[in-house]
Structures are given as C-alpha cells and as structure tokens.
Design a protein around this ligand. Structure first.
Ligand SMILES: CC(C)(COP(=O)(O)OP(=O)(O)OC[C@H]1O[C@@H](n2cnc3c(N)ncnc32)[C@H](O)[C@@H]1OP(=O)(O)O)[C@@H](O)C(=O)NCCC(=O)NCCS
Length: 383
C-alpha cells in the first residue's frame, strides 16, 4: 500500500478560499478586506473595522451611525445571562463563562433556528454587542468575592472600546487607554484560518447555527497554544516577578536569565512563535507601540525591561519572534484587567472575524470532513 502523507496539524494545507483577510508571512503583512491592519488600527474605530469585516467595505457616515446605534442598543447584560453567570463558580475560568454566555444568548435569540444571511448578520451584531457586558461583569463579580453586585450599566455616549472599559472599571475611561484598547480590539479581530476560526467553519459546515459555531470557537481559543497565550505571557512575567520599583535594566537582566533557563529545560514559552509567521508577527509592532504608550502612561519601565529581556534572550537562542499575545498580555495588565480576563477580551474582538467566516462559509458551503489513516490493531474477531 502506498504510504499516505499525513499533514499533521493541517500545517501548510490550503482548505478553502477566503476574502476576509490575507496573511502574508513573507512580507509579515495582514490585510482585512484589502486594508493593512496597521492603517486600520491607526485610523479607525473598532466599530468601523467590525463593519468592514462583515460587509466587505468601510461604512459611510450614515451607515456607521446606524450600525453604532444598533451596537449601543444591545450592550446591556441580559438578566437571564446574569443569572446563569451568577450560578457559575468563580473557580471556573472566565473563558468558560464566555462560552456559556454565548450558548445561552444563542438559545434565547429570537432567530435561534434561522440562518439566512440577514438573520446571521443580526445574530453577529447582537452577540458582538452583548459580549463586553459578560466579560466586564464577570471580572467585577470575581473581584466582589462573593458579594452580590449589579453590572455597570452601559453608556450610550461612549464608543465600543470606551464603554467596554467603563463597564469593567466603572470609571471614566482615559483617552490614551481607550486608544490602546481600540488598537488591541482591531488587531485581534481576524486572522484567516486560525484554529478557532477553522473550528467555527467546521461547525457551520454542518449547517449548525452561528451561536454554536462561536461557542465552539471560544472553546478552541481558550487553549494556551492559541488565545490563552496572552494570559500565559502574564503568568511568565509573574513567575519572573514584577517589581514595580525595579529599573528597566535590572528587570531585563532577570528576564534574560529566566528565559535562558526555560529554554535549557526545553520549555515552550508562550507568546513566542507562530504557525504561519516565521519571521515575526505582522501585528506585533502596532501592539508593541500601544504597550509602550501604556508603559509611559502608567510609569512602569520594569514591564518594558521584562518584555525586552525575554524577547532578546529568545531571539539570541532560537531566533523565534513574539506573536500578538506577547505585547497584548502586559498591555491588558497595565490597563487593570485581571489575567484570566485577557482571553475573554480576545473573544469579544474575534467574534467579528468568526462570524464573518460563518457567513462566508455558508455562502459556498461544503461539509468539512477530512480523512484519517488507521494505525490501530489489525482486524480481529471475538472468540
Ligand atoms: C504557535 C505555535 C503552536 C506554532 O507551532 P508550530 O508551527 O507547530 O511550530 P512548532 O511548535 O513545531 O515549533 C517549531 C520549533 O520551534 C520551537 N518553538 C516554537 N515556539 C516556541 C516557543 N514559544 N518557545 C520555545 N520553543 C518554541 C519548537 O520547540 C520547535 O523546536 P524543535 O524543532 O527544536 O522541536 C508554537 O510556536 C507555540 O507553541 N508557541 C507558544 C504558544 C503561543 O504563543 N501561541 C499563540 C500563537 S498566536
């Protein structure tokens, strides 16, 4: 029998077309619907980018006004979702809370069993609008440590990013922080056939519904080889030790030593490496610039020291470059998010990309069902 070539992890396999984003590892570039993500991050709101991903074009002024009004109308935490979240233990990971909330929102959606393009667009916008309240409330209830609390009501006068920060912290968000957060939401929004997006497409290919696809995608994103890496980066920083009074140089030296030891022990260090980019992640320079602004804003040079020390040591030892999760983790930390909330922030953003792929998959669907090569025991029979 001819040997079958196994494409472990589907590495290098092209399984379909997509018109949503283009990842080019040779030029380290990423385009959303043709636009470089750096330009979008510099000039657009996350609302404009969400509209672009779903509709293929940036909105006109009128379209944006109607779109943002729809998003603002869907921000409040559904009381049933709140009751379900309250029933979950705070030992559950916040990604489990997101996954459960997406599922509950699906079961309660007025168009639950309708999958027309119009219904799916409505479901996508509704879910995108609803998720910040889930993430924000979950962090607040964990901090309340068992005390019953009410969610912070959304504010109509704030854009998506500013309102997200408002609902999480209950304080007027600072312009500089809002900008950095907006950049992170745009950079996390879409990245072609990554593991969670592919998961969403597999679920959609069975003609299941949009919320099922997103719920499954959240499960895929949770893993540390994928979205969970932004949390893992912070665990690394914490393991090395964050010393707020430390100089940049001292922090960098400690981080370098830590990395050298970790690599000597053949550890995989989260936040580095990428399946597609082998010479650097196209999104990192933009996110790093946002991190630098947060470091300056909050006056935390030791964070930059840890960042530089790990990056340099990894580069010297293995020439492996950071991925988006590497600058995103410490950025969210400085903003005040608890580490387990980082991947849920990624969820809130990536809902746009996932659902754009759900709609694209349905537009020219074919059941996704690969083959496997059997390598178990030979045929045998019961005595
Ligand atoms: C993202 C990732 C899964 C891509 O993996 P991949 O394309 O399958 O590449 P591999 O895991 O086979 O890595 C190739 C080599 O680089 C090494 N490597 C890759 N990422 C590494 C990392 N983060 N730390 C240490 N070594 C790493 C591997 O050990 C392997 O070395 P070897 O050939 O000596 O065995 C991998 O880089 C990784 O696990 N990174 C950490 C998790 C992370 O940050 N994920 C977020 C991605 S956006």
């Amino acid at each position: 029998m001819a040997a079958v070539e196994i494409k472990k992890g589907l590495a290098g396999v092209v399984v379909d077309y997509t018109a949503i984003s283009k990842v080019n590892p040779d030029t380290n570039s990423l385009l959303y619907r043709g636009y470089p993500v750096q330009e979008l991050a510099a000039k657009c709101s996350f609302e404009e980018v969400a509209y672009l991903l779903w509709n293929g074009e940036l909105p006109t002024k009128e379209e944006l006004a109607e779109f943002t009004a729809r998003e603002r109308a869907g921000r409040a935490l559904d009381p049933v979702v709140k009751t379900v979240i309250d029933a979950l233990p705070t030992t559950a990971h916040p990604m489990d809370v997101c996954r459960t909330a997406a599922s509950v929102l699906g079961a309660r959606h007025e168009l639950a069993e309708v999958s027309t393009p119009e219904a799916n667009m409505k479901k996508a916008i509704d879910l995108w609008a609803a998720m910040p309240a889930v993430v924000a409330y979950d962090q607040r209830r964990r901090r309340a440590d068992g005390e019953a609390i009410e969610p912070v009501a959304p504010r109509d006068d704030l854009g998506y990013s500013a309102n997200f920060l408002w609902m999480t912290f209950g304080e007027d968000p600072v312009e500089e922080v809002v900008k950095a957060f907006n950049v992170s939401m745009i950079l996390y929004a879409e990245h072609s056939f990554n593991a969670s997006t592919f998961t969403a497409r597999v679920v959609t290919s069975t003609l299941s519904d949009l919320h099922s696809a997103v719920t499954a995608a959240i499960g895929a994103l949770k893993g540390p080889l994928h979205g969970g890496a932004n949390e893992a980066v912070m665990h690394t920083f914490e393991e090395i030790g964050i010393r707020t009074e430390e100089s940049l140089e001292d922090a960098a030296a400690r981080a370098k030593t830590w990395m050298e030891q970790a690599l000597a022990q053949k550890k995989k260090v989260m936040g580095f490496g990428h399946r597609v980019y082998k010479h650097g992640d196209s999104r990192v320079p933009t996110m790093k610039a946002a991190l630098d602004k947060m470091i300056a804003h909050f006056g935390r040079p030791e964070i930059l020291g840890l960042y530089n020390g790990l990056e340099q040591a990894m580069d010297e030892a293995k020439a492996i470059k950071p991925n988006l999760d590497y600058p995103a983790g410490p950025t969210y930390h400085l903003m005040g998010f608890d580490t387990p909330t980082f991947t849920p922030l990624f969820v809130a953003s990536r809902i746009t990309g996932w659902t754009a792929h759900v709609m694209e998959q349905l537009g020219s669907n074919s059941l996704i069902r690969p083959l496997s090569e059997y390598n178990g025991v030979d045929e045998r029979h019961l005595p």
